[in-house]
Design a protein around this ligand. Sequence first.
Ligand code: NAP
Length: 248
Amino acid sequence: MNKVLIITGGSRGIGAATAKLAAERGYAVCVNYLQNRSAADSVVSAITRSGGQAIALAADVASESDVIRLFETAEKELGPLTALVNNAGILEQQMKLENMSAARLNRVFATNITGCFLCAREAVRRMSTKRGGSGGVIVNVSSFASRLGSPGEYVDYAASKGAVDSMTIGLAKEVAEEGIRVNAVRPGFIYTEIHARGGEPNRVERVKELVPMKRGGTAIEVANAIMWLLSDEASYINGAFIDVTGGR
Ligand code: NAP
């Protein structure tokens, strides 16, 4: 059976690195993105230039109708889904909780929590052996922030990743008998553009001394852990977390 992967937020950062690695490992890849079409197109071009198969699809994971269209289109173009990487995630300007508006909280929770749940739902509906599917694998991209809480920066973001952790544990048990494994990676400080969105593009340089290995991580180092969880080498791993944090 062909391996077909949807990766949300596959246009940049950890998602882009994972999309390219997955294509190298033989997956047909749907590169989802929100708005940066040129970034998504360049990931797809890199994959197709190397002989792989990929498409780019715009969809806001926080929108139920977008998510449904994303999964329907991906399956129509690439075939039955075998893997989902729930990677799309946002944070906002660093601030203390006492200054956070409801609008901000709703944006962060809608993308990071609702988006993750909606995509998992669509994946389960297609993969579940109880629904006529052939099974599959889901990897959620959480964050080590779920353990540390991100005080003074983005407690909302950290809490959203706490929800992703709980969902990983619950869903893994819920669908274990239906041929689906659900696991998560929890990256630490990784060099991507997400930190600019929080108002501090060089954040990893500032905080890297907190890491026992005294450096930030790269997107490909996270992608390697995601790909292992997707692979058959992890066939008895379910409801588990890999911390990609340099030992923090
Ligand atoms: P990034 O470089 O900022 O890339 C974010 C990706 O998500 C982009 O592809 C973006 O699409 C997409 N995206 C954002 N909102 C979306 C939405 N509503 N619907 C669909 N796609 C959306 O982020 P990153 O650092 O690679 O982070 C990827 C994941 O790792 C996130 O879940 C993040 O929380 C987690 N993480 C990152 C770090 C770190 O240090 N970097 C640490 C721990 C966890 P566009 O290109 O169209 O904007």
